[in-house]
Design a protein around this ligand. Structure first.
Ligand code: SF4
Ligand code: SF4
Length: 393
């Protein structure tokens, strides 16, 4: 296992994400013996960073991870979890859960934090993150009356949090604005780590390179999520895969995603949400040697990305969706359009007729709003044509 230094810590370069633990049935409860076997094996092989969150596996992940890690000396692993502010609303002095936490009886951020310590059976968290600080959660996380960050800073001073961070699917500009806000409130630096979606495809597609730069300017290490894009970078289309295989026949297509990340010095750990022992063993092998891409391999990787059809650089900011008379989920459709451009066996599944790209009226209400300059109706038209060309199953 490769380790990266962080302050006085040595963090394993492979971190275990605990959002895709094995379950008893599809979408069923966690298969705890199987999950424990994975966590035990990972720990035994040197993985020391374990990431969970309040509602991973409907709240079970924190419990299972807590029970599994209880078997080991507290100082021998780093436990990270997150405050689910992205699923909260604060109105008239009242905190309410929204989205996938709707109806969950919690009335304060203190209650969330205390419950997390209890669930994980620990006295402190090594890393505590705001969950998905983005355009939609920015106002909650910066609400001074609610005081989420103030509360967490106090917990850190009390030794109940060792290092503060945030995860984000937001835009680079939002991350920068948030860091400015936080550092003005708690100088000189409030957040010590940031978890972002980072891989060679999203480096440009989701502007991850810019986010990496924003964090780098402030010396904030990066915790990588979706380093292999939920497995998609292991199953490229034929032409892209052929380029990579020709360049390094002995290395798997998936290894290029990890080797790309190895060339980024700010990366502290790469999270992988592993479900099977086979995935864990493969990852352990990939993370056992330092083998970053050389200049020629970087060039071949760019060729492989170019061969993935033309990808639309949507960041998912949702600015375009508000005025759509058809209430189309435009970023979702663009994401699907991108997927069908490079994934094998694309399945558009689950779109009702009213949600299809063909429902676009070409009214132009979204045109000109997109900060990425995307011709939304044009993309939806192309997507509709691509879907129409897929033979019926
Ligand atoms: S052009 Fe299409 S996607 Fe854009 S606002 Fe109009 S209906 Fe919605
Ligand atoms: S199409 Fe543009 S405005 Fe709409 S979500 Fe994507 S980046 Fe944002």
């Amino acid at each position: 296992m490769i380790y990266k230094p962080f302050k006085d810590l040595r963090v394993s370069w492979l971190g275990m994400g605990n959002m895709r633990l094995p379950t008893v049935a599809e979408k069923g409860p966690i298969d705890e013996p199987a999950a424990r076997a994975l966590i035990d094996y990972a720990y035994g092989q040197g993985v020391n960073y374990f990431d969970t969150a309040f509602r991973y596996h409907q709240g079970e992940s924190e419990l299972v991870v807590g029970r599994a890690l209880k078997a080991y000396p507290r100082e021998s692993f780093y436990l990270a979890t997150k405050m689910p502010g992205h699923q909260m609303e604060y109105r008239n002095g009242k905190l309410e859960m929204t989205g996938y936490l709707t109806g969950f009886a919690i009335s304060s951020i203190q209650e969330v934090f205390e419950r997390q310590l209890e669930k994980c059976q620990v006295e402190y968290f090594d890393f505590y993150l705001l969950h998905n600080m983005s355009e939609s959660s920015y106002s909650l996380y910066t609400n001074e009356e609610l005081g989420v960050v103030d509360y967490l800073v106090k917990q850190k001073k009390a030794g109940r949090i060792r290092h503060l961070g945030f995860s984000s699917h937001g835009r680079a500009e939002t991350i920068e604005q948030f860091l400015d806000w936080a550092d003005a409130r708690f100088p000189p630096q409030t957040f010590e780590v940031a978890q972002i979606q980072l891989n060679y495809l999203d480096w440009t597609l989701q502007n991850a390179g810019k986010k990496y730069e924003v964090l780098g300017k402030r010396g904030i290490p990066v915790i990588v999520m979706e380093g292999i894009r939920g497995g998609k970078l292991a199953k490229l289309g034929d032409s892209s895969a052929a380029i990579l295989t020709a360049a390094r026949p002995e290395r798997s297509v998936a290894s290029w995603a990890f080797r790309f990340l190895q060339g980024l010095p700010q990366v502290l750990t790469v999270l992988s949400g592993m479900t099977t022992m086979e995935q864990l063993r493969e990852n352990l092998e990939l993370f056992s040697r330092h083998d970053p891409l050389n200049d020629e391999e970087q060039r071949q990787l760019r060729r492989a990305v170019d061969a993935m059809a033309s990808l639309v650089p949507c960041t998912g900011c949702r600015y375009c969706t508000e005025g759509c008379p058809q209430s189309l989920d435009i970023p979702r459709l663009i994401s699907m359009y991108n997927e069908q451009g490079f994934a094998k066996n694309f399945n558009p599944g689950g779109l009702t007729p009213g949600e299809q790209p063909a429902a676009c009226l070409n009214c132009g209400a979204c045109s000109g709003i997109c900060p990425q300059g995307i011709d939304v109706p044009g993309v939806l038209k192309q997507f509709a044509a691509a879907l129409a060309a897929i033979p019926a199953a």
